[in-house]
Design a protein. Structure first.
Length: 302
């Protein structure tokens, strides 16, 4: 979780020619400690090494000099082979289908609402690693020169609209009801949800699904440079498809959740498409989840 938060820190200078990313140092330390404590086994470490390696291949393949007339990537065959492998591995890790992980329980079968289901929250090293690696190496982030305050302010306004739509729909469907609360586990839940759930899901659905459907192997920044349409054609189709897949990913909670999650996914995808920065989608996702947790039945009515 500290490694994820450190993604926005500048690299550390080592000697005259080398720079080291703080998130990489923290992640290496976290993985080592998890291995020693038995939360990650040798198979899990191998999967994490493969995750970082595949993401780095894609990052290097997509790097082109500004204004270059070269193809989108140096080797399309290598790019798409690495992408397919990364997609399979990232999904498997997110679904906890890769052996070698024993994720600890943070909140164990707690009923936050009298009429709600019991809720369990895990500290998912596997899913969190997906979010960290995609966020650090591939997803377009805010950088120096961006109007950060304007981006955040705009995203917060959009979050309010999406939250009203999503939580209002869930209430209308009888899935939740008004239930304001602040249980002792609130801060723990919110931090864990932000760093290990929202970051991972948005990095996966925005960069790996939405961007690849919209722009192929070309980074969104390059698409901007060639005046690609923001809301028409492939970008709009990618937005809708990513939202439908996001809804389908929540099928385990029932048909109503598929509908609600699809509406939420449309909002997150639109925020990302509008700002072209992963932070907007993460902030909106977290805002909706946080409002759901503190103001309504959580997670759902029993």
């Amino acid at each position: 979780m500290l490694a994820i938060a450190a993604v926005w820190l500048p690299p550390l200078r080592v000697g005259a020619r080398w720079h080291v990313a703080p998130w990489g140092l923290l992640y290496a330390a976290a993985t080592g400690l998890a291995l020693v404590q038995g939360y990650v086994g040798p198979a899990g470490v191998a999967a994490l090494v493969a995750l970082v390696g595949l993401a780095e291949v894609l990052r290097r393949q997509a790097r082109l000099p500004s204004g270059s007339a070269a193809p989108p990537v140096a080797s399309p065959a290598l790019y798409w082979s690495a992408f397919a492998a990364l997609l399979v591995l990232a999904v498997a890790l997110s679904l906890h289908a890769v052996p070698g992980f024993r994720n600890p329980v943070a909140i164990d079968a707690v009923k936050f609402s009298e009429d709600g289901r019991a809720f369990t929250q895990y500290l998912n090293f596997d899913k969190g690693s997906v979010g960290l690696v995609l966020l650090a190496l591939l997803a377009p982030r805010l950088h120096r020169g961006d109007a950060v305050l304007r981006t955040v302010g705009s995203t917060l306004l959009q979050t309010a609209v999406v939250a009203i739509a999503v939580l209002g729909l869930a209430t209308a469907l009888g899935m939740i009801q008004w239930d304001p609360k602040w249980p002792p586990q609130t801060l723990q839940f919110l931090v864990t949800n932000l760093l290990l759930t929202c970051v991972a899901e948005e990095a996966l659905f925005r960069w790996m699904v939405q961007d690849r459907l919209a722009f192929g192997s070309r980074p969104p920044e390059q698409a901007d440079a060639i005046a690609a349409p923001r809301w028409g054609g492939r970008p709009l189709t990618a937005l809708v498809v990513s939202a439908l897949l996001f809804g389908a990913a929540h099928a385990g909670a029932g048909p109503g959740m598929i509908v609600v999650a699809t509406v939420a996914g449309l909002g997150y995808a639109a925020a990302y498409q509008w700002h072209r920065r992963i932070e907007s989608a993460v902030l909106m996702h977290f805002g909706v989840n946080a409002l759901h947790f503190v103001l309504f039945t959580y997670p759902l009515k029993a």
